[in-house]
Design a protein around this ligand. Structure first.
Ligand SMILES: O=P(O)(O)OC[C@H]1O[C@@H](O)[C@H](O)[C@@H](O)[C@@H]1O
Ligand SMILES: [Mg+2]
Length: 218
């Protein structure tokens, strides 16, 4: 019997190579606001979380209004790069999407980004997903499990029939809190970051659907 029926993908860093654009936009904004920011801060406090939550996690002493205004500015810096088409879709993920579809699996994207649909449309792959769930569709963003639970619900599947593919610490925590099998993808060579995942890979090119099913059966 097939255990795996649905695959839920994070977007930034898993499907789309948009982490550099997000990082550059955050860096510019935090520098203007006078906050220290580097890759470690990004991964520990910002990556995978909703825009306001990520901004607030760094601007810990700022008023909500200031955090909101700064987060909107960051979005303008990000969008400028996206509008100029400054991102690629990962080839390994495209191949993996094809393999999933060939096996009849249903696919969803569950991203904290309010720009998720825009990025998927620009990449020309929005129609590959039966559900596209954004951070604003739920009350609690990652690391809460709500976004993945809603994505599974929209696919008409229980969490046990789905696998989540994530590249962020907050995303892995959210998937595990929701009772999902989670594949962590680390393209940076720092696999220990995603230690909470059930399996960590450096790309999806060698990930086989039968390996995922084997993990599910354990
Ligand atoms: O500002 P947006 O596009 O709504 O995205 C929110 C967050 O979305 C996450 O997917 C990214 O990992 C973060 O870097 C980003 O800040
Ligand atoms: Mg991500």
């Amino acid at each position: 019997m097939t255990l795996l029926r649905g695959v839920i993908f994070d977007l930034d860093g898993v499907i789309a190579d948009t982490v550099p654009a997000h990082f550059a936009a955050w860096k510019q904004m935090f520098a203007e606001e006078g906050y220290a920011f580097d890759e470690r801060v990004y991964h520990d406090r910002v990556d995978g979380r909703r825009r306001f939550d990520g901004a607030q996690a760094v601007m810990v002493d700022a008023t909500p209004d200031r955090v909101s205004a700064a987060a909107s500015r960051k979005d303008a810096y990000f969008l400028k790069q996206i509008e100029q088409g400054q991102f690629e879709v990962f080839a390994d993920t495209l191949n993996f999407l094809r393999a999933c579809r060939a096996e009849g699996l249903v696919l969803a994207t569950a991203s904290s980004s309010r720009n998720a649909r825009l990025v998927l449309e620009k990449a020309g792959i929005a129609d590959k997903f039966a559900a596209i769930v954004g951070g604003d569709d739920v009350s609690n963003g990652k690391p809460h499990p709500d976004i993945f639970l809603l994505a599974a619900k929209r696919l008409g599947l229980p969490p046990e029939a789905c696998v989540v593919i994530e590249d962020a610490i907050s995303g892995v925590a959210a998937a595990k809190a929701g009772g999902f099998l989670c594949i962590g993808i680390d393209r940076t060579g720092q696999t220990e970051r995603l230690a909470g995942a059930d399996l960590i890979v450096e790309s999806l090119s060698r990930l086989k659907l039968c390996d995922i099913e084997q993990l599910m059966g354990k």
